[in-house]
Ligand binder design. Structure first.
Ligand code: PLP
Length: 363
């Protein structure tokens, strides 16, 4: 977490630990802090404060945007094959349509167009993929959806986009957008669903009517305040961080692919965010690589982190048409605001050493 976010949260777990829905002075103070946080967040997104709905996580934001829309406006739900399971499972649950992707794992625009019709009421396309870091051309997606399914609500999972792409360029293209605070230096357990004014869904968490009846439940005041500080800092530093980390990402990918014979970059340069370096070490086991890297103090992932901690073959790489041999040895390195050049050099050395130990040819 960003230290500034932690610091801003602390008073709300001590002196101002009041329920913002109450009416005494501490409650009013807590409510005022939520209002201020909402303004700061809206500013970083380029939306109206009233369009910001606080939820419990990115998963809940995605679930609400898809299931909530389908309940309100029954019809066909559509999403791309490489979505996070928070989207994919909702669309599958609604017997929706999953659209193929291209070689970089973003939605195939022709295939998308082919499934759109007046019966489609929900379309979900992620702005940035969480495994590979591939960036979707949301302007192209939006154009097609508006033309071929004009009544559909267009949702984007921008959970992995917030650090790397100005959200003001994405928000005008969609009707709903999901964010998650722990991806940009905020706390875990705070999600945001941005909902365009005048667009409606059936709430999926019912109760006390918080968030103007769109999401019930007592507000996580400390979390919301920390989220606003983290998003505001992310927004202010984004340009310099993208430039700095983009160079480090290239250095990391080049260092690994030039010195380990079986290693290749998963995405072509220029198609992904600065914060993800995804490589495949053909025929090595990513589980063994992860173990050796962890011993060398380098913490990386293979496919997406699964709740059981078990390795599951990546549905993202499979949908992209990556061979089984390459999927087996896939590694995802994540870079963030605390990553330095010496971290990257250490990661390169440790990966070469781990690959050599598993029998790969290295130089
Ligand atoms: N969507 C994407 C693209 C993600 O990467 C994640 C988390 O990794 C989620 C949704 C879920 O967010 P949360 O962990 O806040 O539920």
């Amino acid at each position: 977490m960003r230290p500034e976010a932690v610091e801003a949260m602390l008073p709300f777990m001590t002196e101002v630990f009041a329920n913002p829905s109450g009416s005494h002075r501490f409650a009013r103070q807590a409510r005022k802090s939520i209002d201020e946080a909402r303004d700061v967040i809206a500013d970083a997104i380029g939306c109206k404060p009233g369009e910001v709905v606080f939820t419990g996580c990115g998963t809940e934001s995605d679930n609400t945007a898809i299931t909530g829309v389908i309940r309100r406006t029954p019809g066909v739900a559509v999403c791309s094959a490489t979505e996070h399971h928070a989207v994919l499972h909702c669309v599958e649950h609604a017997n929706g349509v999953v659209v193929n992707v291209n070689h970089i794992g973003t939605v195939d625009l022709e295939a998308l167009q082919a499934v759109l019709s007046p019966e489609v009421t929900s379309v979900s396309v992620m702005a940035v993929n969480n495994e590979t870091g591939a960036i979707t051309d949301m302007a192209a997606v939006s154009k097609i959806v508006r033309r071929y399914a004009p009544q559909a609500m267009l949702h984007t999972d921008a959970v992995q986009a917030a650090c790397w792409i100005d959200l003001r360029t994405i928000w005008p293209l969609v009707d709903t957008m999901a964010l998650s605070a722990h991806k940009f230096g905020g706390p875990k357990g705070v999600g945001i669903l941005v909902v365009r004014e005048g667009k409606h869904f059936e709430p999926i968490v019912l109760g006390g009517g918080q968030e103007r009846d769109r999401r019930s439940g007592t507000h996580n005041v400390a979390g919301i305040v920390g989220t606003s500080i983290a998003l505001s800092l992310t927004d202010q530093n984004r340009k310099t961080e993208v430039a700095r980390l983009g160079k480090l990402r290239d250095q990391l990918i080049n260092g690994i692919t030039s010195r380990i014979e079986c290693a290749t970059a998963t995405l072509a340069s220029g198609t992904g965010i600065a914060g993800t370096a995804h490589v495949c070490l053909e025929n090595l086991e990513s589980e063994s690589l992860l173990y050796l890297l962890d011993e060398a103090n380098v913490c990386v992932s293979a496919a997406s982190a699964c709740a059981s901690g078990a390795m599951e073959p990546s549905h993202v790489l499979a949908a992209m048409g990556v061979s089984r041999e390459r999927i087996k040895g896939s590694l995802r390195f994540s870079l963030g605001h605390t990553t330095t050049e010496s971290d990257v050099c250490a990661a390169i050395d440790a990966t070469i050493a781990a690959a050599a130990r598993l029998g790969a040819v290295t130089s």
